[in-house]
Design a protein. Structure first.
Length: 483
């Protein structure tokens, strides 16, 4: 017996005369004097009672109608020959038919909400569809069917949206993964994918999860952030932006480092936008995130193993292949394995101006992590040889962090100067001024300021026709240079 029927029986027991009054009229809608069914639940909820009954009833009705649509429409939902508008029209026609057959006495608002929910399930991504359309939401974290968190302005908050059950969440995950030709099942319970707009998706299911499937979506704006946006947000100032632009145009090899969610990919995207449009750019990523607007860009994406466990193509394979594609610049979304060795060799063999990101907390940690990743390539290389490769290949480390106030700031722009003995020497060119303190709202008041030291590679930039005046590196002159 359905929950709706059980609720209806309870109403009849408490009010025997309600059977006739609660029956729907010819149009399937309840009469104005209907005290039973969902109308009674709505009335009781308005009065503070039966608060726990209305949502389960609507959820069960929504799930039943959803299954009805799947059975009726079937393959039509996946027919690529059908335009999105025609598909939406067919779904809405069948939805109204199914709703009329249920003859449920719904209020106008509940009916509209039910139609929206089922439409989102069939045509979109279910309960998280409104969050995906919300420009203020930068990340969506689904920790099971009843727990959804979102990030707004760098702060995590719990959102009231929920899924009906684990099966409902799993259907949404399967839909997202299937759209980009990936798969997720018990034999392959983890998956990286992306939405059509480029947003990055990570999904993980049982038996690796406890409490339901987990889904994490890093949203990307249709209009990617530009350097002016980062300046407005306080990530860096105009003087530092001008310096970084000169470094990219001057073909310096750069590494963007930071923790998870600090904005490494966004910063890499902005730096990549400085690459001249007449150069051939090859990008290598696990899941495509970079949004470059130059004309001559070749994007490559890794491929997971198929159901037989073969066919896997790694970032390292793609980096090796990119060297045969005559690139002027190689941009690797993130080095997290043996591809670090191939990236260093590319930087040392004529592919100047290459860019990549690494997970690390400080510029010194960045070099230590690259050293570890290079050893993961499987070659028994002496540590000194690896460090010499890094000192020769990398010119600049851009360190970014997410501070306690939720803001993302570039904290260091550091030059890799060379080797002294067995140690790679670093020199900070710009540093974030933490000494400025915070305001009453807890926001950091500091900014990225020059240390007063002129980098050694300034001579290389001069030979490329790029001149940086002394005011760029003066602690008090940076503001004037920015103006």
């Amino acid at each position: 017996m359905s929950l709706y029927k059980r609720l209806h029986d309870v109403q009849q027991e408490t009010n025997p005369g309600s059977s006739r009054a609660s029956s729907p009229d010819k149009d399937g809608a309840g009469t104005s004097n209907n005290p039973g069914g969902l109308a009674a639940v709505q009335k009781a909820k308005a009065g503070g009672g039966l608060d726990s009954l209305r949502d389960p009833v609507l959820d069960e009705l929504r799930q039943r109608i959803h299954h009805n649509l799947i059975e009726e429409l079937g393959p039509i939902l996946y027919d690529s020959r059908l335009s999105e508008e025609d598909l939406r029209k067919k779904v809405h026609e069948q939805l109204h038919t199914a709703l009329a057959q249920e003859r449920a006495p719904l209020s106008a608002s509940d009916k509209a909400q039910l139609i929206q929910d089922v439409s989102d399930d069939i045509l979109g991504y279910g309960p998280i569809d409104p969050l995906l359309r919300d420009d203020d939401v930068s990340e969506i974290m689904v920790n099971g069917p009843n727990s959804v968190y979102v990030e707004r302005a760098g702060k995590l908050t719990k959102d009231p949206v929920t899924f009906v059950d684990e099966a409902h969440l799993r259907r949404i995950i399967d839909k997202i993964v299937g759209q980009v030709g990936r798969r997720i099942d018990e034999s392959s319970p983890m998956c990286d994918a992306r939405l059509p707009d480029g947003s990055r998706v990570n999904a993980i299911i049982a038996p690796l999860t406890i409490g339901g499937p987990f889904l994490t979506i890093r949203k990307f704006k249709a209009d990617p952030l530009q350097v002016d946006d980062l300046i407005r947000f306080g990530t860096l100032d105009a003087n530092a932006a001008r310096f970084l632009q000169a470094c990219v145009v001057g073909r310096l090899n750069m590494v963007v480092s930071g923790g998870t969610g600090t904005g490494k990919t966004t910063t890499l995207n902005v730096l990549s936008s400085f690459i001249p449009s007449d150069e051939r750019i090859v990008t290598v990523e696990d899941a495509k995130e970079l949004q470059l607007h130059q004309d001559h860009v070749l994007c490559m994406e890794t491929r997971p193993p198929n159901i037989e466990g073969s066919g896997h193509v790694s970032i390292r394979d793609l980096v090796k292949n990119s060297l045969r594609m005559r690139p002027d610049r190689i941009v690797v979304g993130e080095c997290r394995g043996g591809e670090a060795l191939d990236m260093l060799q590319a930087m040392n063999t004529g592919h100047d101006g290459s860019l990549t990101t690494v997970h690390a907390n400080t510029p010194r940690d960045t070099l230590s992590r690259l050293e570890t990743l290079t050893l993961m390539a499987g070659f028994d290389l002496p540590v000194r040889a690896i460090r010499e490769q890094m000192a020769s290949a990398i010119d600049l480390v851009v360190q970014i962090a997410r501070l306690r106030d939720g803001s993302r700031r570039i904290t260091h722009i550091t030059e890799v100067q060379g080797m002294e003995g067995d140690v790679i020497t670093l020199q900070d060119i710009f540093m974030f001024d933490f000494g400025a303190g915070v305001d009453d709202a807890g926001r950091y008041q500091g900014s990225l300021t020059p240390t007063g030291i002129r980098p050694k590679f300034a001579e290389k930039l001069t030979s490329e026709g790029i001149r940086l005046g002394p005011e760029t590196f003066q602690p008090n002159g940076g503001a004037m240079a920015a103006k």
